[in-house]
Design a binder for this molecule. Structure first.
Ligand SMILES: *Cc1c(COP(=O)(O)O)cnc(C)c1O
Length: 417
């Protein structure tokens, strides 16, 4: 368990790569798009709540929502209206001026999270970059030589150089060496390992962790993990930094996943669901962490511009007005109940687990065809880690839609056994 930055992977991404598995049409259409994604042979022309519609008019139930982005469903009329109105008034000024709508969003996020202030950016990786920079500045200001940030195995924090280094995945890092120094890695959900690492490394200044591993397969740590981590951070003067890019904005049935516990982090980052599809990220800080950045330390041209903040304020309006967190918690329970009734008996289903609307169906075997089979049944799902079906449906899913989701899933799993 050494410095992440000292690891060198021999397996580089190969040149012939993933192009071979793409359909001919998809390849031709994307001739001028860098092939960073393997794309499914479908595209959508519009959305409506929990459904997406393709050019032929077929309706698909969306149990992925653009990877936890459109939590309030597609083409939400109130959000569309706000974006339309704001776009006719003002898109962008600059962070060189006061942006009242940004101040309002910051105040609301702080109220919802119990934190003190916010830096706005445009994505999850950027929100984590801001957190990493705060941790380093905090360390260097306290005369810690070569400050280290503790990160977890199997984690995902983004694709920029610092965040891919923080990410606990060989696939994400391979070929991009030299990685960024200043990270040290621990197994996830293992407090004793963190205590051992703390003893051997006096220069740790912060931890950066997901409260539930998202890309890592919806791994939910034991209930005492985050509280114990908070205690360790307090004892060692580490900043507790939680990456809630995926788990935030009501996804797990609380506004932030740490709110299931009686703890507060020093920094929480979020993005995905905050704009319901409009790009916006936020790095939210409390206490000492909130007073680290000073003018000139960090910035973003687009971060927190009036249009993005209008969209996010509309998202918060709906989350509050429609009790979306409660709804996500209840519908999440309902989904797991339905799945336990209809899927648990299927041989290849190993475990069904979730928090709110972040649900995994872990299979005993790899499921390379499942996403395509689901597509044929007009259901959009994701499979992560090869064998874990990841469901991130809209937070405001109706009961009938929850039933449709489980029925379709049952059919697909039975078809493929
Ligand atoms: C998606 C994700 C990110 C990266 O967000 P981008 O907007 O793609 O940069 C970071 N952390 C977690 C936990 C994520 O799920």
């Amino acid at each position: 368990m050494g410095l992440v930055g000292s690891l060198l992977w021999r397996e580089y991404p190969s040149k012939s790569g993933s192009a071979a598995c793409l359909g001919k049409e998809t390849m031709e259409m994307n001739q001028h798009v860098m092939p960073t994604y393997g794309r499914l042979p479908v595209s959508f022309v519009k959305g409506d709540g929990a459904y997406l519609v393709d050019a032929a008019g077929n309706k698909y139930l969306d149990a992925l929502t653009g990877i936890a982005v459109c939590g309030l469903g597609h083409a939400h009329p109130e959000i569309s209206q706000v974006i339309s109105d704001q776009s006719q008034k003002l898109l962008h000024t600059s962070n060189l001026y006061d942006i009242p709508i940004q101040s309002k969003l910051a105040e609301r996020l702080c109220k919802l999270s119990g934190m003190d202030n916010v830096f706005f950016c445009n994505s999850g990786a950027e929100a984590n970059e801001a957190a990493i920079k705060i941790a380093r500045l905090y360390g260097n200001q306290n005369s810690v030589k070569n400050p280290l940030i503790l990160v977890a195995e199997n984690s995902f924090h983004g694709r920029t150089m610092a965040t891919l280094t923080a990410t606990g995945s060989r696939k994400v890092q391979a070929g991009f060496e030299p990685l960024v120094s200043g990270f040290i890695r621990a197994p996830y959900n293992d407090i004793d390992a963190i205590k051992r690492i703390a003893q051997d490394n006096q220069n740790i200044v912060a931890v950066l962790l997901e409260p539930i591993l998202g890309e890592g397969g919806i791994e939910i740590p034991s209930d005492d993990y985050l509280p114990a981590l908070r205690t360790i951070c307090d004892e060692n003067d580490w900043l507790m930094m939680l990456d809630e890019v995926q788990t935030g904005n009501g996804r797990t049935g609380e506004f932030f996943a740490y709110q299931h516990f009686e703890i507060a982090p020093d920094i929480v980052t979020t993005a995905k669901g905050l704009g319901n599809g409009f790009p916006i990220g936020a790095c939210i800080a409390r206490g000492v962490a909130a007073s680290i950045f000073q003018p000139g330390n960090h910035g973003s041209t687009f971060g927190g511009n009036p249009l993005a903040c209008a969209a996010a304020n509309a998202v918060l309006d709906i989350i509050e007005k429609d009790s979306i967190c409660d709804h996500a918690r209840k519908t999440g329970h309902l989904l797991v109940e339905l799945m336990n009734a209809k899927l648990a008996g299927i041989n290849r289903v190993k475990e069904i687990r979730g928090r709110g609307m972040m649900i995994a169906v872990e299979l005993v075997d790899e499921a390379p065809d499942l996403v395509k089979k689901a597509l044929a049944e007009r259901l959009l799902i994701n499979v992560t880690q090869g064998n874990i079906i990841r469901l991130l449906p809209p937070l405001n899913l109706a009961q009938s839609e929850a039933e449709e989701l489980v029925n379709k899933l049952a059919k697909i799993l039975l078809l493929t056994t």
